[in-house]
Ligand binder design. Structure first.
Ligand code: GLU
Length: 296
């Protein structure tokens, strides 16, 4: 009896160790997020980035690490999770790489274009809005999701109900992001009331401390913080922009852009996109609307 118990304990321990060794190995129940069938014999004719990846034998993917539900790195396990992370894993699997072959690299909003230009990352998946200015420096596959700019405030704040109510309020956002640009250009609050940081989690800390009145960025990001902070914060819920999320790629690599668009289209048509959404963003209440791929 005792021996059997010990054996069971050892076996459980061994299984737990196996499961910890790689992200979402087989045999775990329910099926872990981020596990996709790995494609075989993939070719992307004429793609310099794919050539580089093949030679290296692994992928370097730029992501965020402080956005719960989208791109989040657990400080205790160092594991990444979220919608963007699973989209990145899906793309890598369909390019023929196992999940263990991905190295995630945290890149903040302001450093994305340069990271792609320098070749520090092969592709980037991190709430990256497709727009004309950025397209001059990088390329985009997608969109794989469409968010909208919104406001995060304290739960008991009834004075902020939309961007037109921000005059005289302290607003926080991130350097190099589209939301900070919009707040400035539209003059929703006075320039001296705008605070900017490298990451949204710094803004959320300021909001919780009462040092700012609102955090502004995409609703999908803000909903993740609101649900992580359990009842302390709320999203106003009136979006005032469209933020189509693209996968950032080195400019000029049209072959890879076409391939990644094919991968996203197949995920939208099959069940993978929905599975990713249900396991991540769906839990914090973001829209489940499927986007339309833009093959520009
Ligand atoms: N989607 C917006 C952007 O690309 C805001 C989120 C972010 O900073 O990543 O700028």
């Amino acid at each position: 009896m005792r021996v059997r118990t010990l054996a069971a304990v050892l076996l459980t321990g061994a299984l737990a160790l196996t499961a910890c060794g790689k992200e979402g190995g087989p045999g775990e129940t329910p099926a872990p997020a981020g596990v996709f069938d790995v494609a075989k014999d993939v070719k992307v004719e004429g793609s310099p980035t794919f050539e580089k990846i093949k030679t290296r034998g692994s992928l370097i993917v730029g992501v965020k690490e402080d956005q719960p539900g989208l791109g989040y790195k657990d400080p205790t396990t160092n594991k990444y999770s979220g919608f963007d992370i699973d989209i990145a894993r899906l793309v890598s699997a369909k390019l023929g790489f196992d999940p263990e072959k991905i190295q995630f690299k945290t890149i903040q909003s302001a450093a994305r274009e340069q990271a792609l230009i320098n070749g520090d990352v092969d592709y980037y998946v991190g709430t990256y809005t497709i727009n004309a200015g950025r397209k001059e420096k990088v390329a985009f596959a997608g969109p794989y999701f469409v968010a909208g700019q919104d406001l995060l405030v304290k739960k008991d704040d009834s004075s902020i109900t939309g961007p037109e109510t921000l005059k005289g309020k302290k607003v926080c956002s991130v350097t190099g992001s589209t939301p900070i640009k919009t707040i400035r250009e539209k003059g929703y609050t006075e320039p001296e009331n705008i605070q900017e940081f490298q990451g949204y989690s710094q803004c959320v800390t300021k909001l919780l401390n009462g040092e700012v009145d609102a955090v502004t960025t995409d609703d999908a990001i803000l909903k993740g913080y609101a649900s992580a902070e359990e009842g302390k914060l709320k999203v106003v819920g009136k979006t005032f922009s469209k933020e189509p999320y693209g996968i950032g790629l080195p400019k000029g690599d049209d072959a890879l852009r076409g391939k990644v668009n094919d991968i996203l289209q197949a995920a939208l048509d099959g069940g993978d996109w929905q599975k990713i959404y249900d396991g991540t963003l769906g839990k914090s209440g973001s829209s489940a609307q499927k986007p339309t791929i833009d093959r520009y």
